[in-house]
Write a protein that binds this ligand. Structure first.
Ligand code: NAI
Length: 484
């Protein structure tokens, strides 16, 4: 029998997890549970990642974590336990399926527009690295990492999933028109991988347009793959389309460890009152059973859930307000009472597994995911991020004194807008500039040249940060300032 790790979580977590496991037990799901210590209460005991060492070991040994929501401790510098878990175990694909549920009224269900959209969100990178610094008292910087191998992992997962599920269309949501290098890389990898799946119609939509299209014609989309932050926002939008967070399941899938949880949080306002809707966690659990290949148990529980929803049974957060709502435990019992019944709409059939199954392995080393690129690289300049509150002309005068024989000062920008050698007096400034220096004759520079410039400039300024300007072959690896 398969064994999985279970963490009940905080707030409504224990109530909804108990409800789901009661349903699993009544359905005789062939699973054993190892309950692990994880959550805000564990964090409060001094475990900074929100889990005990034993919990971490158990999860790494079993490969599957079924978890309730966990509270993010408030306070500066404290990271989310949920995000830490997803990143530590490289669960790179966050899959969230949003389907019309009969009995859950929405504007679309009333208009007869069916929804069946799967959002695949990259789960590790982007601004969720949480690498942030105050460069001056006024200027905060967040580093947004988008990597080629990280993008390839999640995009390949999305294509495989779409193919096995039999969907026709796969769409990449992005903002590559503005973030040309980061989102541009994600989009480039999307179309590279698309070539391996000619049977799928692969296209892309700019994320703001995607949001507009999703709220007007959600039925036009099948599978949508996005970077982390955009995927987070778009998936909550999709939760709204099908009736709210109470119906949004989520799977965090990795090669070795996968985490199944609801999209919603700990709902502190209703915690401990036996009022919470366990549907999202139950749907996540059904996804986990499919992932484990337990298709019969998955479909019989899903059919009972769909039948229960169709018959108008509901918790307080949805459904016909003229009919009394059920508590969490009563709702779970209603589903158990409906075992063996088939819903009128979308009955689930016992299909073959379309997920990749987790194989439990022990690893000796961290995997290095390098993509081998033979392109010649050379340093052609540097962006120096300088703290200063003088006007651009005065700053340029000082910078020019430090350029020496190897560098020329190409331009100065402020918040990404060029302010020297040309610019506008209408551009507001903050006390942090980017002075771009390039090699005088296009000759390659080395790191010692850059350090030499840094040392010279530091006689006059505080340099908050620097970035090398590289050429990969004949392609610059950096963006231009607005107006450059
Ligand atoms: P939330 O999702 O907990 O609650 C938002 C609203 O939805 C509340 O009115 C709540 O009562 C309602 N709600 C949520 N789930 C429900 C359910 N199953 N049944 C009925 N009503 C439900 O979001 P909030 O308040 O922003 O976050 C609370 C805490 O949860 C925070 O500490 C946050 O960091 C954490 N959180 C954890 C997540 C996770 O463990 N994956 C995800 C999102 C938030």
């Amino acid at each position: 029998m398969n064994k999985i790790a279970v963490a009940k979580g905080d707030g409504i977590g224990p109530e909804i997890m108990d409800a789901v496991l009661t349903i699993f037990n009544a359905a005789k799901v062939p699973l054993e549970y190892d309950f692990v210590d994880m959550g805000k209460w564990v964090f409060d005991k001094g475990f900074n990642n929100g889990m005990t060492t034993q919990a971490q070991e158990t999860i790494e040994n079993l490969g599957i974590l079924f978890k309730g929501p966990m509270e993010t401790p408030k306070g500066k510098g404290v990271k989310s336990i949920n995000v830490t878990a997803r990143k530590t175990w490289n669960t790179y694909a966050n899959k969230r399926t949003f389907q019309t549920l009969h009995g859950v009224d929405t504007v679309f269900s009333k208009a007869g527009i069916p929804i069946d959209v799967t959002i695949v969100r990259e789960n590790i990178e982007d601004t969720y690295g949480g690498i942030e610094h105050m460069l001056t008292h006024d200027v905060a910087l967040s580093r947004r990492f988008i990597t080629r191998p990280g993008s390839a992992q999640v995009i390949r997962y999305a294509f495989e999933m779409a193919k096995k599920k039999g969907t026709k269309r796969i769409t990449c949501g992005h903002k590559a028109n503005i973030m040309k290098i980061t989102d541009g890389l994600f989009l480039e990898v999307f179309y590279e991988i698309a070539k391996e799946y000619p049977e799928l119609k692969a296209d892309d939509v700019i994320v703001d347009d995607l949001c507009m299209k999703l709220v007007t014609r959600p039925d036009l989309f099948d599978v949508v793959v996005l970077t982390n932050l955009q995927g987070d926002i778009v998936s909550d939008l999709c939760a709204g389309l099908i009736g709210g967070l109470g119906f949004a399941p989520s799977a965090n899938v990795g090669d070795h460890i996968s985490i199944f949880e609801a999209v919603h949080g700990t709902a502190p306002d209703i915690a401990g009152k036996n009022l919470a809707n366990p549907t999202a966690l139950l749907l996540s659990g059904i996804g986990m059973l499919q992932h484990l290949g337990l298709m019969e148990a998955a479909s019989s529980i899903e059919n009972a859930l769909l039948y229960t929803l169709e018959s108008g049974v509901h918790t307080g957060d949805f459904g016909d307000k003229s009919k009394p709502s059920l508590s969490t435990t009563e709702f779970a019992q209603a589903i158990i009472n409906n075992f063996g019944k088939k819903p009128q709409h979308n009955p689930r059939i016992d299909i073959t597994d379309f997920e990749t199954s987790c194989t439990v392995v022990s690893l000796d080393n961290n995997a290095m995911m390098e993509s081998h690129d033979a392109i010649v690289e050379k340093i052609v300049g540097v962006d120096m991020f300088i703290e200063s509150n003088v006007q651009p002309d005065q700053l340029a005068k000082k910078c020019l004194r430090h350029a020496g024989v190897k560098f020329k000062l190409v331009n100065i920008s402020n918040r990404g807008t060029q302010v020297w050698p040309t610019g506008s007096k209408f551009t507001n400034l903050v006390n942090q500039y980017n002075a771009r220096f390039e090699s005088i004759d296009g000759e390659p520079l080395n790191q010692q040249d850059i350090i030499g410039l840094y040392v010279s400039l530091s006689g006059d300024f505080k340099i908050c940060s620097l970035e090398l300007l590289n050429m990969w072959g004949d392609k610059p690896s950096y963006s231009l300032a607005q107006g450059q």
